[in-house]
Design a protein around this ligand. Sequence first.
Ligand code: MG
Length: 253
Amino acid sequence: MIPLKEPWELTVMRSAGGRLAEVVARLREVVAVDMTTLELDRLTEEAILARGAKPAFKGYKVGRAVFPSSLCVSVNEQVVHGIPSKRRLKSGDVVSLDFGLVYGGYFADTAFTVVLGTGDADAARLVAATEDALRLGIAQARVGARVGDIGHAIEMSVRPQGMGVVTQMVGHGIGRKLHEPPSVPNYGKRGTGDLLKAGMVLAVEPMITLGSDDTKILSDQWTVVTSDNSRSAHFEHTVAITPAGPEILTRLD
Ligand code: MG
């Protein structure tokens, strides 16, 4: 069963999402060449705590693996779930920041990608296409549509540009838990999958590559990288499905 949120729950989720959007704005301001990814993690955690919320990713468990940080930071061929470290960011790096918080018992989840300093044309093309794919996917998140419509829109927007769609990681429902049903793949057939209803809240999150679709997980048990070493970008919003259309909770008005 896909949980439907009551109006009061959506109110709390708006507060959670608004706080996360403020953290996005803060990180967009500060992320720069020569910073370490650990410094970015510290800033993320401080910004979340300063808003009366808690980091959603720190201590998150998959099997025996425990994620150690508040921020997932994934550089170049890293797709998602990169662990903050002493790595110093360089000009031209494609840096994806993915993070979430819990506020009032409800989760919000978001991600964005930037090219630092002077990047090449492919990096710019990748980031623009991934952000556009997110926008087009969200536009399908309407009452009466199906989960496959979202994935279809995302996939069809990037395939013609020769880009890859990560299929081994997917978006998800979100609410009282970080990951709830349904799964929201970034590919699919129109008119297939779960029916979308008012009160569903989804984390839509295309992960797009400049190469193939295939990914693997590094021995740290977290970092997902492209199998062909091509660069990857990731954008994500937490989106409520309402009778008036998709409402992006993790965006500042
Ligand atoms: Mg997510």
